[in-house]
Design a protein around this ligand. Structure first.
Ligand SMILES: Nc1ncnc2c1ncn2[C@@H]1O[C@H](COP(=O)(O)OP(=O)(O)OP(=O)(O)O)[C@@H](O)[C@H]1O
Length: 279
């Protein structure tokens, strides 16, 4: 197992006035440097998990670790944690504050007490990396949802965190905007940032992630590489989670054609396999 950047150990949390626990003994690990997908139905605990990672919520039982150390909820500890762990909310309207992408990204850095020249450089770099330079001075309320989501991501990326948590980033996006956003997320990952994404899309999770955690009613039911997780048909069925189309198609091939070969991770890999074996 590689180094862990975040870990939840038997974390319990009940919201005030809620009937059941949102986290009911949640234990899971996020490997440093990887792309992790967090899966689970509505209400499984994905957002609550993320709010614990940035110290907005505190465990009522168990503990959360960052870099192997239990979180320090003192003022200094929380400041350091929020510099290291960035959260991109599902709804960009809740995250964007100023009038244009350039102003908004710079604002996040200004509140971190960084000098103006560094703010300017980091803002431009983040806007460029997210493909937003041409839109940098456009009023945010004129941007599409996908552009707003990329602006929110740029604001978090500019603060140079170790980890970025994305809460269902692709929700309500059309396929083209979703592809653009995923491309931006990969660009960010390539700079060395650990990326964790909550998603309901099993196909994206399978093709995109290096590591998958499966949540159910406030607990983690499975964690591991995508092929191992989706090979557990029984659990997927029990939780009502779909098997990715690529895995399903692969398994429809006769066993002799699959023997000893890894399941393709993408349609491109599948096409290469078909071209090499059947054309
Ligand atoms: N502010 C709140 N007050 C009371 N209960 C809450 C609150 N926020 C979440 N919950 C409950 O906690 C549980 C976990 O919710 P959470 O939002 O973490 O799940 P989720 O997996 O992110 O769901 P979704 O996919 O719908 O975003 C659910 O039962 C939910 O109803």
């Amino acid at each position: 197992m590689v180094e862990l950047v975040l870990e939840w150990q038997d974390v319990r949390y009940i919201y005030p006035d809620a009937k059941g626990a949102a986290l009911a003994g949640m234990s899971l690990r996020i490997p440093r440097g990887m792309k992790t997908a967090v899966l689970g139905h509505n209400g499984a605990g994905k957002s609550t998990l993320f709010l614990h990672a940035v110290g907005i919520l505190r465990p009522q039982g168990g503990r959360v670790l960052h870099g192997g150390m239990a979180l320090d909820y003192g003022r200094k500890g929380l400041k350091e944690l929020r510099r290291a762990v960035g959260l991109v909310l599902q709804d960009p309207e809740q995250q964007l504050i100023l009038n244009t992408p350039r102003e908004d990204v710079a604002f996040g850095l200004r509140s971190a007490g960084i000098d103006e020249e560094t703010i300017r450089q980091r803002t431009e770099r983040a806007l460029e990396r997210l493909g937003l330079l041409e839109l940098a001075d456009r009023p945010i309320h004129h941007l599409s949802l996908g552009q707003k989501k990329r602006t929110a991501l740029a604001g978090v990326f500019a603060t140079q965190p170790e980890v970025i948590l994305l809460d269902e980033p692709a929700s309500y996006l059309d396929p083209v905007s979703e592809r653009l956003l995923l491309h931006s997320i990969d660009e960010i990952h390539r700079t060395g940032v650990t990326v964790v994404m909550a998603t309901h899309d099993m196909d994206t999770a399978y093709s995109w992630a290096d590591w998958i955690v499966v949540l159910d009613r406030g607990t983690c039911r499975m964690e591991g590489p995508p092929d191992q997780v989706f090979a557990n048909k029984e659990l997927m069925e029990q939780l009502g989670l779909e098997i990715p189309v690529i895995v399903d198609l692969w398994e429809s091939l006769p066993a002799a054609l699959r023997e000893g070969r890894p399941v393709p991770r993408s349609t491109e890999q599948f096409k290469v396999y078909l071209a090499n074996n059947f054309v």
